[in-house]
Design a protein around this ligand. Structure first.
Ligand SMILES: [Zn+2]
Length: 263
């Protein structure tokens, strides 16, 4: 494996999860292991963790780019794309901001639940482990959908506990990421523990193509949600349905005459 951000081939591992969060989230030893890899397996050169590397790889795959993320701003194809990064996407931030059509939105100046941009403004939106900290995450995704152009893509990560379903923490004690303590403030508070049904929220927000990308295993998942050019697709299919229905109607009409139904 090489780091898709900088090309380095050496990595180190640190334990990120603390006992408090493991207890609050009732994580099994296997879950602790893959979440620690996701958050604490890191490139010894650029410092990106597995989560950031997976996100970089998902973006490169989506753009069909063979270069490293650090060189992506040199890509002619990518240069014209309008890119929105919502909060620092870990170690990707210094590289993404070199993009010529780049916008950075950071909480609390910009709230993902009410983005201050016009409809259909961006080709690409990126955020990393942000959505679980948003009170109304569905509204956040709806806003991403709104400001994406047709054919645009949202690429992001969230911590997913894959063996269970998504759980809102509204009625549970407060739980925090980062240092995993209250003192850091509400920015780090977790509102949603995502599970295997994370995609339901994306479909509800309007996205009609959802893909999962990995650079190895279940410990490295990035989500790509595309706003496909729905009108053309739907009109084409609705036309076909009408043709099909009119054929049925004609056939059924003949059947009625032939067999004398309702006579
Ligand atoms: Zn690296």
């Amino acid at each position: 494996m090489i780091c898709p951000v900088c090309g380095n081939g050496n990595f180190s591992q640190i334990a990120v999860l603390k006992e408090r969060l493991i207890q609050e989230w009732k994580l099994s030893p296997e879950e602790v292991e893959y979440i620690n890899r996701q958050q604490g397996f890191q490139c010894t050169n650029c410092g990106c963790n597995l989560r950031a590397m997976t996100l970089a790889d998902a973006l490169l795959k989506k753009l069909r780019e063979s270069r490293l993320l650090k060189d992506l701003h040199r890509s002619k194809k990518f240069r014209d794309f309008k890119l929105l990064e919502i909060n620092h996407a870990g170690g990707l931030h210094p590289h993404l901001k070199k993009q010529q059509n780049y916008t950075f939105a950071e909480f609390p100046d910009v709230d993902i639940q009410a983005l201050p941009y016009s409809d259909k403004s961006f080709e690409i939106i990126i955020h990393s482990d942000t959505l679980e900290h948003v009170e109304n995450s569905l509204q956040g995704l709806k806003e991403c959908y709104r400001v994406l152009k047709n054919g645009g893509v949202l690429i992001y990560t969230i911590p997913i506990v894959i063996g269970r379903l998504t759980k809102k923490r509204d009625s549970l004690p407060n739980s925090y990421h980062g240092t995993q303590e209250e003192e850091q403030g509400e920015d780090y508070k977790v509102w949603t523990e995502y599970g295997a049904d994370f995609w339901v929220e994306l479909i509800s927000a309007g996205f009609n193509l959802v893909e999962i990308s990995t650079i190895g295993n279940l410990d490295s998942l990035a989500i790509c949600a595309t706003k496909t050019i729905e009108t053309n697709f739907q009109i084409k299919h609705i036309d076909r349905i009408f043709v099909f229905l009119s054929k049925i109607r004609k056939t059924a009409g003949r059947g009625i005459k032939k067999y004398g139904v309702f006579r």
